[in-house]
Design a protein around this ligand. Structure first.
Ligand code: ADP
Ligand code: ZN
Length: 637
């Protein structure tokens, strides 16, 4: 693959930021890796390890525990799958949403790996069969939920079996500081005592330094090696914009500009999800709503429909996502902003897992920020935790509303150093022009001060413009009344947003009729004294993601053409074949072959099995199953 977005580049860049001590176990790694490479080729059909995979696998193969932070799509699963195949005994994989691990298990079976999951929704017979096979040593991998694993009866049975390793997926769930704390993960600390001598591997895609420390201490990985890959996602083009008016019309516009592609739209509430899905459906978009309030059956059905579709849009709350590995999601739109930078990276990270160009677009507003802060304040947690969470919210909005490269800001947030600008986010492509609005800010702040924080933003703007309806004498007499005629109402609203983001103003919810008051006193004083400059962004005209002239679409098309060597006919034929095959087997298409594999087949046009076997993603199992059928499609097209 030779596109600008290929993973090789990412790999090379990322090696530099590994926290892995370069010389430690170096010999061990190279010596023990030959069999791992052989499995990588034979079973999974990949020629080379990617990123830090080799290092992580080497560490586990030498019997030591480890923690690995690898980006979404970075191939975390191979880090425990390959050692499970190579080391004697069963590999246990703990994952938060066992139902969603079905894909991984299905994919492994397709590659000829003996993998199963223990799921409480399975019948007694099914479960008995899984145990029988595990006890006979016929299973390579077993997937479980944390609560499933930590049951006394399960542990008793597992204790009698030889184990290859215990992998903890989405390990950040163990941390209170993280963004997705799951109390049931806390129990996993006991694994160290329960299975002494069995290497444990914690993997996650998002963990800042503090969360990493937490994972180490909770999972008792104190002396284990830590592998941290770059957080770069070069295939993702990021953008964000302030909400204007009714947000849903903007979302509709964005989606309609991206036809024929799969996407995920995150909305803040169940109700918002339903409404947005209805609106998009009415506009002809194949959209579905997904949230925890829906009946389980319906949810599963929609999930399946989404996974199997070539183009579908899932409008969801954050209940949707973890473990959804649909590789060809081309865009993620936040109709409402995420909760933190970690959540942002994880949620938009669900786009472009196949390494091909994808987009992450976020809509946000100062009201969202106020709401997030309020929610934290209402939680019953320690002050220290609240402070950390408040800071996370502020950092998120600083990034969203900032002026510097978004990807670089996120990577720095995760502790990466020497990060270059991405060159493809909205801010890199059209850096916002800032204007000095310090004087206007002084006017707004003193108006708020004079009005004693009794008014909401609409009245405040009217006041500044001197346009308040039926204005009371005392208000009209204030020196700030009508001092701001140089700005349009929209200009003032923007500035007020800016002041809210900067913490210079504060919004008091007042039961749904928010009032604007002064924010952090030191900052306000500094603005009055002219010591602090308030810069506002001039809305850059070309920023509009929908009107960026065909850019996203063109790029995808070009990338596909480049990948397929211009042979889109064959590529489409291969997709059609895959769709039929997936339909017959009732599995998602990418379980059979990923797009990346199909594009490689389309461009290389292998003439025989040897040629086909050389393509990344075609292992022995799949060659056996699908080889003849695929070669026929190539011959016929
Ligand atoms: P994540 O780290 O997000 O869990 P996965 O383990 O699901 O990522 O892998 C993402 C994709 O990358 C999968 O399609 C997988 O087959 C592919 N992949 C993993 N390792 C390699 C590799 N060494 N070479 C090529 N493709 C790989
Ligand atoms: Zn950028």
């Amino acid at each position: 693959m030779n596109t600008p977005f290929s993973r090789r580049e990412q790999t090379d860049v990322s090696r530099g930021v590994s926290n892995f001590p370069a010389n430690r176990h170096k010999r061990g790694v190279t010596d023990s890796l030959a069999p791992a490479r052989e499995i990588l080729r034979r079973v999974f059909g990949h020629a080379e390890f990617r990123g830090l995979q080799a290092e992580v696998i080497g560490e586990i193969l030498s019997g030591r525990s480890a923690m690995a932070v690898l980006p979404t799509g970075g191939g975390k699963s191979l880090c425990y799958q390959i050692p499970s195949l190579l080391r004697p005994g069963l590999g246990l994989v703990v994952s938060p949403l066992i139902a969603l691990m079905a894909d991984q298990v299905e994919g492994l079976k397709q590659s000829g790996v003996a993998a199963e999951r223990l799921d409480s929704s399975h019948s007694l017979d099914q479960r008995a069969d899984v145990w029988r096979r595990a006890e006979r040593g016929e299973l390579d991998l077993l997937y479980l939920s944390p609560e499933g694993l930590m049951q006394g009866a399960t542990l008793d049975r597992l204790r009698t079996l030889p184990l290859a390793l215990v992998a903890v997926d989405e390990a950040h769930c163990v941390s209170q500081w993280g963004h997705d704390f799951r109390p049931e993960y806390r129990m996993l600390g006991r694994l160290a005592d329960i299975f002494p001598g069995v290497p444990r591997l914690a993997v996650t895609a998002t963990a800042d330094a503090r969360t990493r420390d937490d994972i180490r201490s909770e999972l008792r990985l104190h002396d284990s090696a830590e592998f941290v890959d770059s957080f770069a996602r070069p295939e993702l083009a990021l953008s964000a914009e302030r909400k204007r008016g009714a947000g849903h019309s903007r979302v509709e516009e964005l989606v309609l500009a991206r036809p024929g592609r799969s996407g995920v739209i995150y909305a803040g509430s169940r109700d918002g999800t339903d409404k947005l899905a209805d609106r998009l459906s009415a506009a002809g978009v194949p959209a579905m709503a997904y949230h925890a309030g829906l009946d389980r059956e319906l949810r599963n059905q929609r999930l399946e429909q989404f996974l199997e579709a070539d183009a579908a849009v899932m409008v969801a709350t954050i209940a949707f996502g973890m473990g959804v590995d649909k590789p060809d999601v081309r865009f993620v739109i936040h109709a409402d902003p995420p909760a933190s930078i970690e959540a942002y990276w994880q949620e938009i990270g669900r786009a472009g897992r196949d390494g091909q160009p994808a987009e992450g677009i976020t809509l946000y507003g100062s009201a969202d920020m106020a709401w997030a802060l309020r929610r934290i304040a209402s939680r019953d947690v320690a002050d220290e935790v609240q402070q950390v969470q408040n800071r996370k919210v502020r950092q998120l909005y600083t990034m969203l509303d900032g002026v510097g490269c978004r990807a670089a800001a996120v990577r720095r947030y995760f502790g990466e150093e020497g990060v270059a600008n991405c060159g493809q986010c909205d801010l890199c492509l059209s850096p916002p022009e800032a204007i000095d609005a310090s004087q206007a800010a002084q006017k707004a702040l003193s108006a708020v001060h004079r009005l004693g924080g009794r008014f909401g933003r609409g009245r405040l703007v009217d006041h500044l413009l001197g346009k308040t309806k039926d204005v009371h004498e005392s208000e009209a007499a204030l020196s700030t009344y009508g001092v701001g005629r140089e700005f349009s109402p929209a200009g003032w609203r923007d500035l007020i947003d800016q002041l809210l983001f900067d913490g210079l103003l504060r919004e008091d919810p007042n039961e749904g009729r928010p009032l604007i008051g002064l924010g952090e006193p030191e900052g306000v004083k500094a603005v009055y004294r002219g010591e602090r400059v308030v810069a506002v962004r001039k809305p850059p005209e070309k920023l509009d993601a929908a009107t960026r002239p065909g850019r996203p679409r063109k790029r995808t098309r070009e990338a596909l053409e480049a990948l397929a060597g211009g042979d889109l006919v064959l590529f489409d034929a291969l997709r059609a074949w895959r769709r039929d095959e997936a339909h017959t087997q009732h599995v998602p298409p990418y379980v059979i072959f990923h797009d990346a594999t199909l594009t490689a087949i389309a461009s290389q046009r292998p003439a025989d099995r040897t040629g086909l076997a050389a393509i990344s993603g075609v292992g022995e199992g799949k060659l056996e199953r699908y080889g003849e059928a695929v070669l026929k499609v190539v011959r016929d097209n």
